[in-house]
Design a protein around this ligand. Structure first.
Ligand SMILES: *[C@@H]1O[C@H](CO)[C@@H](O)[C@H](O)[C@H]1NC(C)=O
Ligand SMILES: *[C@@H]1O[C@H](CO)[C@@H](O)[C@H](O)[C@H]1NC(C)=O
Length: 497
């Protein structure tokens, strides 16, 4: 035969990973962000808080002992703060408890434990079927000194000034300056590495390859990714054996952040973070900006389904620092967890911590005594349960791009998933004083069919679509709602089905 029909090409995807997860495998995970120093002490004690500028005593062993708390909430992975050795000292900028001031990339932070402890953490996660994401900082090292008095010989492996750019202050309107100038200040300076030089890049690549295999790391969160030249990432990611990366590009503009997905597998979804925060932090937040923002992220980014979806982290004011209305808080958390991408909950969200600026947003978790009956703990557990059920019923749920199917000035309705296996979720910013209103979700967009039985899974309410497939949903006192076809819930245990 002269035609190409005679040839059958079979593509077998060979995953060249010993351990570790690809970007596609991370889609189905749900991440709990741990700041190691603030999560759990080795002895498990819950007495006394601590000075939030100083080391508070959390360790990897403490974390191992409390993994049940995380796993019971439904998380399948943790992201831990940087693990390498930092200079330890009290300064006007606080101490290095957060881990972002690397001094020796080949030594671990002794405050958090030993190499055996970190391996034990990784093993324990894997034996539970969970995964480990580690925060890494290739942009800079940390020195407790002014910019001009850095002792470069203290750094490992970058022990000479020639590995670094000359000090200058970042001008955020100038991208060269963003990648070459220094973060930090003259109390703790953050000498900026010449990551564009092949010797520096090779040293990092050797390091990350070893780190990933020594500790069987499954994914990386990459600090200050926009401060590094984009050409650096291809080599770094391949040295990291192709495991997923979530880069921190601290900017809300899709036109600025999305292009980073051409270099990094994934980034943290700062665009949507800002829109969700403003939409639900008060009854006057803009729903239309949220609608437009979601659509813009989708049309601008290569693949929003591998981004990290979050509402809080250790760098920004916690959501309850804007509003204490539990209904608005639950709504915003629900939106982030059911959005496209990998949901990330920062430790303490489940306990309604409300710290605002650094370091007050880095509370010690043990002050909440690991309460597994807290309102938001139970709420997040429900969200992880419905999300993982939707994934189990149909893995294309993960790659189906969520879209706003209806909105007005107070309410947005989102759909994610193909008909019969879709989650349709309803969010309002009218808050707990908003009264009850009913909206009708049109079948054309929701995918519900005539007479179909639908369950609202937060309140376990049974609904039925009308003869045209439209579903009327009442929103009591501004609460979020999550609809799923009742037939598809059988066997899930959700709402007794
Ligand atoms: C941008 O920053 C670089 C690095 O500091 C500097 O050399 C360059 O002059 C700056 N460009 C402009 C237009 O200011
Ligand atoms: C990985 O482990 C080897 C063998 O113990 C050690 O020599 C190397 O320094 C470690 N590398 C890192 C980055 O932890």
């Amino acid at each position: 035969m002269a035609t190409s029909l005679g040839f059958l090409y079979v593509f077998i995807s060979i995953v060249a990973l010993v351990s570790g997860l690809t970007p596609a495998q991370w889609r189905s995970q749900s991440i709990y962000q741990v700041m190691t120093d603030r999560f759990a002490r080795t002895d498990g004690s819950t007495t006394a808080g601590c000075d939030l500028n100083e080391y508070c005593g959390g360790t990897w062993q403490g974390l191992i002992n409390r993994l049940d708390y995380i796993q019971s909430m439904g998380f399948t992975a943790i992201w831990i703060s940087p693990v390498v050795k930092n200079p330890i000292a009290s300064t006007q900028d606080g101490n290095s408890y957060h881990g972002y001031w690397a001094q020796d990339a080949y030594a671990l932070n002794p405050k958090f434990g030993t190499s055996a402890d970190l391996k034990a953490l990784s093993n324990e996660l894997h034996s539970r079927g969970m995964y480990l994401m580690v925060d890494v900082v290739p942009n800079h090292m940390g020195s407790i000194s002014s910019q001009t008095t850095v002792d470069y010989s203290k750094f490992n492996p970058f022990n000479k000034q020639s590995y670094f750019h000359k000090p200058c202050n970042i001008d955020y309107n100038n991208q060269t300056s963003v990648t070459q100038c220094w973060l930090g200040d003259n109390i703790v300076s953050l000498p900026d590495l010449r990551t564009e030089d092949s010797n520096v890049a090779n040293m990092w690549n050797t390091w990350i390859g070893q780190l990933v295999s020594n500790y069987s790391i499954d994914g990386l969160r990459i600090d200050t990714a926009q401060q590094i030249d984009t050409a650096f990432w291809a080599g770094f990611q391949s040295a990291a054996k192709g495991i997923h990366t979530l880069g921190e590009v601290f900017n809300g503009d899709p036109n600025y952040i999305c292009p980073y997905q051409n270099y990094l597998h994934g980034i943290l979804n700062y665009g949507t973070y800002y829109w969700i925060t403003q939409a639900f932090q008060s009854t006057s937040g803009s729903i239309s900006n949220l609608v437009n923002g979601i659509n813009q992220m989708k049309s601008t980014c290569k693949d929003v389904t591998v981004l990290g979806s979050f509402l809080e982290n250790h760098d920004n004011p916690r959501f309850p620092s804007y509003t204490q209305d539990i209904v608005l808080i639950r709504t915003a958390i629900t939106f982030t967890m059911l959005a496209d991408g990998i949901p990330i909950i920062y430790q303490g969200q489940e306990q309604k911590f409300s710290g605002s600026n650094v370091p007050s947003n880095r509370e010690a978790l043990w002050t909440a005594k690991y309460n597994q009956n807290a309102d938001l703990y139970l709420h997040i557990q429900k969200l992880n349960r419905i999300r993982s059920w939707a994934i189990r019923k149909d893995s294309t749920y993960l790659t189906y791009n969520a879209w706003p199917i209806w909105s007005d000035s107070k309410t947005i309705v989102m759909r994610k998933g193909y008909a019969g296996k879709q989650i349709v979720s309803v969010y309002s910013n009218s808050g707990s004083n908003g009264g009850t209103r009913t909206i009708t979700i049109n079948s054309g967009n929701s995918g519900f069919t005539a007479g179909e039985k639908v369950t609202e899974v937060l309140r376990c309410e049974a609904l039925t679509a009308d003869s045209r497939g439209n579903v009327g949903v009442s929103i009591p006192t501004g609460r979020p709602g999550i609809l799923y076809p009742t037939a598809g819930l059988r066997g899930s245990g959700i709402c007794g089905l």
